[in-house]
Design a protein around this ligand. Sequence first.
Ligand SMILES: *Cc1c(COP(=O)(O)O)cnc(C)c1O
Length: 465
Amino acid sequence: MRYISTRGAAPTLDFRGATLAGLASDGGLYVPDHWPTLSADEIAGLAGLSYVDTAVAVMAPFIGDSLSRDELRALCEQAYGRFSHAAVTPLRQLDHDQWVLELFHGPTLAFKDVALQLLGLLFERFLKDDDGAPLTIVGATSGDTGSAAIDAVAGREKIDIFMLHPAGRVSDVQRRQMTTVRAPNVHNIGIRGDFDTAQALVKAMFNDPAFSGRFRLSAVNSINWARLMAQVVYYFYAAVRLGAPGRPIAFSVPTGNFGDVFAGYVAARMGLPIERLIVATNVNDILHRALSAGDYSSATVVPTATPSMDIQVSSNFERLLFDLGDRDGAALAAQMQGFEASRAMRLTNAQHGGAAAHLASASVNADGMALAMRWAHEHAGELIDPHTAIALSAARSAAFDCPTVTLATAHPAKFPEAVERATGLSPALPARVGDLFEREEAFVTLDATFDAVSAYIAERATPRS
Ligand SMILES: *Cc1c(COP(=O)(O)O)cnc(C)c1O
């Protein structure tokens, strides 16, 4: 399997190369050069397999020669052995046709663990037989990604992680999930500024040739193909439990950067009978406007109770546009340059029509979200987090004539205030993270300047030899 850039002008790589590169050198994103497919018989054969066995079957074609099947299985056992539920991603039934797929049983209680726990191990494995410099991961987080990434690489060989968060602007639970991880390769930096400032500092370091030339910089956001690949697994795992390939299944996905729902699209391209993927957004509805009216134009972000969906630009949408636009990298590069210049673009007829065959979309406001949280609690006795509630609201309105699975992307205890406002109940932190408030924290707070932050990292990271 080879990986090609969505903008058509970067070298093609194998799985190992695409995992270590993250972003392609032409500014595009890596995608497989073709979609491997599973026949109906092969999909039927997944019924009853464990999560790890499903993961090996679904991911092996994407990995090619980069790992043997036994090595892949060992990494999956290690990554998913850290989940607190034996099923890794259990399904729960809310209603005759409404189901929830719980993706939050990993160490940091967010679905990002499913992909990042594996990515941390893949990095370590691929760096082991590489004589280059250690990897220096630099990222900015408004909450969930930072803690999941830190947990995934803490203590791993040949990786250092520097995670910037806006000081005083992440919740106590989110900050403590990052700052109480005590490993010598983990560096938490509070920035005196907001998330956009922290993000801009990270971009400036990547774009500064003097700084980025000295270190082997890497990113862990969802532009990394390996993250998306790991997420394809749970679509198969859930669908075969509900009757696939014998009957189609719909999924509703709380969407921000379009990584999670793109993984569902990949599952459909591989042959899984998916009725529709519902792209559920909050009032920051650029994706809903793009999919319903072909208008991809970014507006100002409105902060909501679902911060992981408060986005202006969805980086992985580019992968969908590439696949639906005849995989024409030069044409997509021109389209994306137009978007970067004007912050707006029209989808082509092929992109708009192609998307409609796979995707539906909905934008859900705060009332719809609260109503869905109350319904899940009163009707099925389940507390769900605000992000999940946005997608459940969209799933209930869509009313497909088939089982509909809402992806539950965060544990409700990560967002206790919003859950309590809607249901009157405050969800408790699970026992395994219950001592979070007793653990000691370690982080520094720095001024939001390029010099302060780059100097701090340069003193602690390992330069290229
Ligand atoms: C990251 C995140 C999302 C959005 O996922 P994308 O892959 O960026 O679309 C939704 N919900 C929660 C809780 C998240 O952490």
